[in-house]
Ligand binder design. Sequence first.
Ligand SMILES: NC(=O)c1ccc[n+]([C@@H]2O[C@H](COP(=O)([O-])OP(=O)(O)OC[C@H]3O[C@@H](n4cnc5c(N)ncnc54)[C@H](OP(=O)(O)O)[C@@H]3O)[C@@H](O)[C@H]2O)c1
Length: 314
Amino acid sequence: MSHVKGIKSLTGQETEGYFIAVPLTPHMFMTYPLEKVYAKMAAAVELAREQGVEIVGLGAFTSVVGDGGETLHKMTGMPITTGNSYTVATAIEGTLDACDRVGIDRKTATLAVIGATGSIGRCCAEVMGKEFGKTILVGRDFAKTELVAKDIPNAVPTATLDSVIDADVVVTVTSADAPVLLPEHLKQGAVICDVARPRDVSVRVAKERPDVLVIEGGVIEVPGPVDFGLDFGFPEKTAYACMSETFMLALEDRKESFTLGKHVYADQVREMQEMAKRHGFKLAGYRSFERAVSEDQIERVRESRQAAIAVAGS
Ligand SMILES: NC(=O)c1ccc[n+]([C@@H]2O[C@H](COP(=O)([O-])OP(=O)(O)OC[C@H]3O[C@@H](n4cnc5c(N)ncnc54)[C@H](OP(=O)(O)O)[C@@H]3O)[C@@H](O)[C@H]2O)c1
């Protein structure tokens, strides 16, 4: 697709790379025979190798399908990273920052994680669950969701979206190919971080619920005079967190499979946070439904939240 140039760390190190597409839709990724999808991904890795690439990051559904890069790594011998450690790191950082700005007291607030049995959702729930008064874990498979809940204090597993209406803060990160979160699921004044691509939050929320704050997870400012050579719909010099994880590993000359497989560990998340600081990668301003979020929007949500608390208290 393109040659990526000009990634330059605060340390002075530089790197470059390529965007290579595996042109399937999310639905195709999830419904085609897995061997066929792996064969297409392996062909993309070989194309990368021909360009001199030494580490490959899996973007979008290339990391969702199958076993999070393990088979691909075995098939090709190429170091692979899913990008999910830095995605979790930035989803957490963005959500907690949004809570502060909207005036949510985390110790008494309720968090909901939708897609809590998934690679990103589970790690978000494990790390963030400690910060909140209560955590609602939403998964399709109740038994699997119960297992995740065991390791998180005050966590309640559920297989439906019914109790999301009680959540002050929602992190949603399913691999559904259509929106799952609708206006009627959301509490007044809630903060929602939508990490999923395609997004989990219905566009109806933007029109019908001005009282809630929806932010996209994982939009990152990349250091240096970077030129992606490709418009993937973001402002200049910003990229997804999963892409940024690969850029950082390349800057560090770590030709290793960093986040491989479906389990993301809190230690990996911390390591990526430190790496980001060292190289100057940081969260870009909030975006919501392809637009920058204004201070007025944040203030409106803050006021709605306070109004709801005042009504509840009277
Ligand atoms: N913003 C970024 O930088 C970034 C980076 C990487 C990934 N992503 C996105 O993050 C999302 C999740 O990635 P992941 O690696 O964590 O995937 P994953 O490990 O496959 O987990 C997906 C989760 O979604 C659940 N799910 C799937 N279909 C669903 C549906 N129709 N309704 C409700 N829940 C459903 C799964 O439940 P089961 O366990 O029942 O299957 C699972 O809990 C994807 O949309 C991906 O594109 C974004």
